[in-house]
Write a new protein. Structure first.
Length: 168
């Protein structure tokens, strides 16, 4: 009886850890790709529908957990924002914006702001690695990707991506 109880307990623990994430690399890249709005080839529109996060305390590069939202329907109730402006499913520019001063502004993009993204599966979760000029600059574990039908665009999805910064 003890062996059966122990076996059931082991299976329950194993099953709960394997359910840590249900998102695949393909699903994540598809989400990034479908939110790209580029009207002209060769021109990157940084306001096309970026994935954004709060940077009010100017601590984006130090925060342990980051929540990125992509939709215009999500309320931006903070002044300073970091935008991930995707122009390919695996590449974006980082935009540092201030929406509380008139006119709203975003800092000029430099070569340090062009990011190549790599997604890797590790055990039971996905890792996002960010590269600038072929150097690893940041690494995140994907905690969740929520999606819901857009309130403003029929047939489109809105996303919330939660990431945990990894340090090694």
């Amino acid at each position: 009886m003890k062996k059966i109880t122990l076996l059931v307990l082991i299976l329950i623990i194993q099953f709960s850890y394997s359910q840590e994430t249900k998102i695949s690399k393909a699903e994540l890249l598809k989400a990034f790709n479908e939110t790209i709005v580029q009207k002209e080839k060769g021109i990157i529109h940084t306001n096309s529908n970026p994935w954004f996060t709060d940077n009010t305390n100017e601590n984006y590069f130090k925060k342990d957990t980051i929540t990125l939202k992509n939709a215009k329907s999500y309320k931006r109730d903070y002044c300073k924002i970091i935008n991930w402006n995707f122009y390919k499913k695996d590449a974006f520019s980082i935009g540092n914006a201030d929406y509380c001063n008139e006119p709203p502004s975003q800092k000029v993009t430099t070569e340090n702001d062009w990011i190549k993204l790599n997604v890797e599966k590790k055990e039971n979760y996905l890792i996002i690695e960010l590269f600038n000029q072929n150097k690893l600059i940041d690494k995140f574990k994907i905690l969740s990707l929520e999606k819901k039908e857009s309130e403003y665009e029929k047939g489109k999805m809105d996303y919330i991506l939660k990431l945990k910064r990894l340090t090694e």
